[in-house]
Design a protein around this ligand. Structure first.
Ligand SMILES: *Cc1c(COP(=O)(O)O)cnc(C)c1O
Length: 399
């Protein structure tokens, strides 16, 4: 997945343009910037690649989620549906707005189970936020239908799946809004950065204003701009955007390397009848940043994960025990450990997740192993890795 593996001359050239002028900010300083508008250029390039009308860059993927939710009008006491398997940014962005994260089961797509989503909808639900974890997507058709039926917004967290598609549309462009992260370990990186994409003009207007102190961005005198509503600072810098501009131009190159490496691994593991693969919804194409597969039982998955490590296969994850990605270890959320007082709406309404039955999620996560697909691995290294993995897993199954 990580674009940082292929940081090179293109990236250096874009950054050098910014260093030459010294204009590190994305707004203003028109005369000094030698015609370089890296954030604006990256927004235009992303809009083109993602086939959406509007793109707004921000300082991180977490910021993108927060700004996207804010642009929908999510506020204190509203409920946002999110999966049990995700990154902590999902609930961080929701809580930051005083809203309530409603955790919902995943299915064998390792993303939100549409049936469980529909059951979780209540009078305060405002948004459904599927997270396209590890390069593959939720059943967006089913989720869109549910959102339409109940008058909810669909916000795609495509931070881990940039370049994947669903029914021919780039992931992130299917819902009302989509978010990307360009942090250091994502498929393409800005160092730190994120983006919100949408075809909804009103949401777009809210995103660029909210992420820059409410500035209306009308005219060329920043000091004279109006502030139609309260905002915050989630701006990206020109230095970060410059890196992203180079990386985005290489996205398709990165995706083809990932697909090649993924396919070598998948073909090899397909020879083991006990190994089955994560379901990709009909009409979906992964971005091939991970290969995720199931062992027949939790016990075997634990053993296989251990055996992979012992056989020198790195970069394979057993998310079931992971601190960042699965609800079981989110004690800071379940105990609502915050530095200061949380809003009353949150304290009153966050369910006691230590008591919630997420056995449907556990059923899949307990059996899942996900292997990161690196860009720097050659075909030969991939073949070696694949055969090592096959013997490590077979060793587990037959001992
Ligand atoms: C990385 C990530 C984020 C947050 O992005 P940052 O840029 O690190 O803030 C959000 N959601 C998912 C699924 C991610 O993987």
């Amino acid at each position: 997945m990580p674009g940082f593996e292929l940081f090179g001359d293109k990236e250096r050239k874009e950054v050098q343009d910014v260093l030459d002028s010294g204009v590190l900010m994305r707004y203003g300083f028109d005369g000094m910037r030698n015609g370089h508008w890296k954030a604006k250029e990256l927004e235009a390039a992303l809009a083109n690649r993602m086939q959406t009308q509007h793109v707004h860059l921000v300082s991180s993927g977490t910021a993108a989620l927060t700004v996207a939710l804010a642009s929908i009008g999510v506020g204190a006491g509203d409920e946002v549906i999110m999966p049990t398997f995700t990154f902590v940014a999902s609930f961080e962005s929701i809580l930051a707005l005083g809203a309530v994260p409603i955790l919902v089961d995943i299915d064998d797509t390792l993303t939100l189970d549409p049936a469980a989503v529909e059951k979780a909808i209540g009078p305060r639900t405002k948004v459904v936020m599927p997270v396209h974890m590890c390069g593959s997507m939720a059943n967006l058709d089913a989720l869109q239908k549910i959102c339409t039926k109940h008058g909810l917004s669909l916000l795609e967290d495509a931070c881990q799946a940039i370049g994947g598609s669903y029914n021919g549309k780039p992931l992130g462009s299917y819902g009302d809004l989509g978010c990307f992260s360009f942090d250091y370990v994502k498929t393409i990186t800005c160092g730190e950065g994120g983006a919100i994409i949408t075809n909804n003009e009103a949401y777009y207007e809210n995103t660029h204003k909210y992420s820059d102190h409410g500035h209306d961005h009308i005219g060329s005198d920043r000091g004279a701009e109006q502030h139609p509503f309260l905002g915050y600072n989630f701006r990206i810098s020109e230095l970060n955007a410059a890196v992203g501009l180079a990386q985005l131009s290489r996205l398709d190159e990165f995706l083809s390397i990932q697909e090649r490496n993924y396919t070598i691994l998948r073909n090899a593991l397909s020879g083991i009848p006990e190994v089955t693969f994560r379901r990709v919804p009909d009409g979906g194409e992964e971005n091939y940043s991970f290969l995720s597969f199931f062992l027949p039982t939790e016990g075997l998955a634990r053993k296989a994960h251990k055996s992979l490590r012992e056989n020198g296969v790195d970069s394979c994850f057993y998310w079931y025990n992971n601190n960042w990605h699965y609800y079981r270890k989110w004690e800071h959320l379940t105990q609502l450990k915050s530095l200061g007082n949380l809003p009353q709406e949150i304290r009153n309404a966050v369910p006691d997740y230590t008591q919630t039955d997420f056995s449907a999620s556990d059923h899949w996560m307990g059996r899942t192993i996900s292997c990161l697909i690196k860009l720097s691995w050659s075909e030969k290294e991939m073949e070696d890795r694949a055969s090592k993995m096959v013997s490590a897993i077979q060793e587990t199954l037959f001992n």
